[in-house]
Design a protein around this ligand. Structure first.
Ligand SMILES: Cc1cc2nc3c(=O)[nH]c(=O)nc-3n(C[C@H](O)[C@H](O)[C@H](O)COP(=O)(O)O)c2cc1C
Length: 367
């Protein structure tokens, strides 16, 4: 095995003046798939480890009676734990879905707890700069870097213009997510089902073009990471050849010993073939990519009534949805892989064994 220290990639990945050892950001994975274990391990290798805050309090005893309180407590605990694992290497951040009802509170808690970077997807984080600035003032803490996730140059343009005009600020990093990604997708269902119909290379290049104006305006560098379906070194090289500074990788990190999901969840990734992947309609209102397990086959036939609503999403009507996504994701991550929803990227058919974070990084960057 090559030693990461000896074969550092020539590529530099700088965010807000801080140089990272490796050009890798691990994509946030909710519910409970990327917590302190995975995020800490990626940061320890010199990359950016991301904790998903989506329903992060699910293991707390009062999760059902005080959902917000348990989530805020868990955000703090996982940031602290990940930083301890990382031993001052890399960065530890959070992924907060803008579709969450308590999106603002989650961002505030992450800022207060010392997250190095706040990444927001599942919608455009229009007011993120002000939430972060207010929280920094209120808690007297250092400002974290901020990063939106976009799926088009149009979204990047709208957001960067809005942030510049309204808040006099810009992004530190932009994550461009392609149609081969896992979880919720910012593409139409037919594009998600046929990812090669999308000119993702062009999207990445257009986002890189559009951020230049704001780099000049704010005299700072805005890094770009691109991801979705990166499973081998050639995929990473391709993204770098388009001009991206880093790769965002999620699925490959699920099948690692450090990933926070139950072993049965990881094994479901190893067992799944390309043909086992399906595009589902999520109650969030976006298409999502998942393993076509017994749960998915059952919701294709009939809805599962919501027993208890924890009001996790800002736009969700429990009476109208085919199933509760929180319940389904929690079941899966705890190991009930037949009755839960297993989100995945388009290339999980390539995952053949449970590995380690270090091995995955070596394979993606050096082997
Ligand atoms: C199990 C799983 C859960 C995910 N959950 C989230 C999430 O909560 N928020 C988010 O912004 N992206 C989420 N994603 C997307 C990833 O962060 C990442 O951008 C994407 O999956 C990258 O593609 P890859 O999995 O092929 O590497 C999820 C992906 C997976 C596989």
């Amino acid at each position: 095995m090559k030693d990461l220290e000896k074969c550092k990639n020539k590529k530099t990945f700088v965010i807000g003046g801080k140089e990272l050892d490796i050009p890798v950001i691990q994509g946030g994975m909710g519910v409970g798939v990327s917590l302190s274990g995975l995020a800490g391990a990626v940061a320890k290798e010199g990359g950016i480890g991301i904790i998903s805050t989506a329903q992060i309090g699910f293991n707390e005893p009062d999760f059902e009676t005080d959902t917000l309180g348990s989530c805020l407590r868990a955000i703090r605990a996982h940031i602290m734990k990940a930083k301890e694992i990382a031993q001052n290497k890399g960065m530890v951040g959070v992924n907060v879905m803008t579709a969450l009802k308590n999106y603002r509170e989650h961002v505030e808690e992450a800022v207060k707890s010392g997250a190095d970077i706040i990444v927001c997807g599942a919608g455009l984080p229009i007011d993120l700069p002000s939430i972060v600035s207010d929280a920094c003032r209120k808690f007297q803490v250092k400002k974290p870097f901020i990063a939106p996730i976009v799926s088009s140059a149009r979204a990047a343009k709208i957001l960067l213009k809005h942030w510049a005009d309204r808040y006099g600020e810009t992004a530190d990093l932009i994550v461009v997510e392609g149609p081969k990604a896992g979880g919720h997708l910012g593409y139409a269902a037919d594009e998600a089902a046929c990812p090669d119909s999308v000119d993702f290379d062009n999207i990445v290049k257009s986002v890189i073009d559009c951020k230049k104006e704001y780099e000049e305006k704010f005299s700072k560098r805005i890094a770009v990471a691109a991801g979705g379906g990166i499973s081998a070194r050639e995929d990473a090289e391709h993204v770098f050849s388009l001009g991206a500074d880093a790769i965002q990788v999620a699925s490959r990190f699920v099948a690692t010993k450090e990933c926070d999901a139950d072993e049965r969840y990881k094994q479901a990734y190893v067992d799944a073939d390309k043909d086992d992947i399906v595009i589902i309609k999520s109650p969030v209102g976006m298409p999502g990519r998942a393993v076509r397990n017994a749960f998915v086959r059952s919701i294709e036939q009939k809805s599962i009534p919501v027993k208890k609503c924890l009001s996790c999403l800002s736009k969700c009507n429990p009476a109208q949805i085919p199933y509760c996504i929180t319940d389904a994701l929690i079941k899966a991550v705890k190991g009930d892989v037949d009755n839960g929803l297993i989100f995945c990227g388009a290339e999980i058919g390539e995952i053949k064994k449970i590995s380690s974070v270090k091995n995955v990084i070596e394979e993606l960057l050096y082997i």
